[in-house]
Design a protein around this ligand. Sequence first.
Ligand code: DGY
Length: 318
Amino acid sequence: MKPVLAVTRRLPDAVAKRAAESYDIRTQEDDDPLTRAEILALCHGADAALVSVGDPIDAEFFDHLSDSVKIVATFSVGTDHIDLAAARKKGVIIGNTPGVLTDATADIAWLLILGAARRASEGEAEVRNATWSSWRPTHLMGTQVTGKKLGIVGMGRIGQAVAKRARGFDMDIHYYNRRQLPADQEMGATYHDSIEGLLPHCDFLSLHCPSTPETRGMVNEDFIAKLPDGAIIVNTARGDVVNDQDLIAALKSGKLTAAGLDVFAGEPNIEPAYRDLANTFLLPHLGSATVETRNAMGFRALDNIDAFVAGKDVPFTV
Ligand code: DGY
């Protein structure tokens, strides 16, 4: 008999195929967000669970989780939807998928930088809605990216990949990280040992820090005030790193030229004011959404479960 794997969301075909070879898959018919109770029901008597970003894997989940489930693998590198302390208390191993979504996420950060700077939402809407009247010298003038200053908060794998791409745009790159990187990983960027020190050097600011008690709400009025007037913020990290009301106020007042956002607090129920602003470029958390990357993430999640089931060390755990 195969071990039973509870899976909360539809998997990419290649990942689903591999999962079905080794496990009896217990999942939902559709691809809807499941409640805690629904996930717990899927997990009842299962050997392992494969969950996704946004699933409520919180303390209450672990309080009621079937004792048969000893590993929860998440289809993500981020684990902010999981109460890690509660998992530890219950003796459940948490697997995640670091390392395989670096390039896809850096690419999306660049899509946001370019889309926000070049008013891509407004332009695309004109073409789609047939409201494009003519070429004219002042039509949808945006902000030049090439040669500007780029600030990166969090110079891990993704921050470094964003910096690498920025070199192709001749940007002057600055970063804040808990520790300075060795010179060969810095990509010629200038290190700042505090965020306050970094902010005045950012025509563009790209966020690449995890959501932690220290970073939640970090991008607030004080933070934004330290950026140059007219700066552009992009976020591919986590939505709750931003104080939505303060960011929206800065976008309305013109303190910030634009924002490019792929992640939001309370996804998918985002702060509605973002939709009404012309100077936002918005995506529905697509950072890792390429076939190649989603397959790699799924395989990594399965590697974690396979190792656990085989009594080996789980390769990627938090
Ligand atoms: C992750 O893996 O945490 C990403 O946010 C998914 O795109």
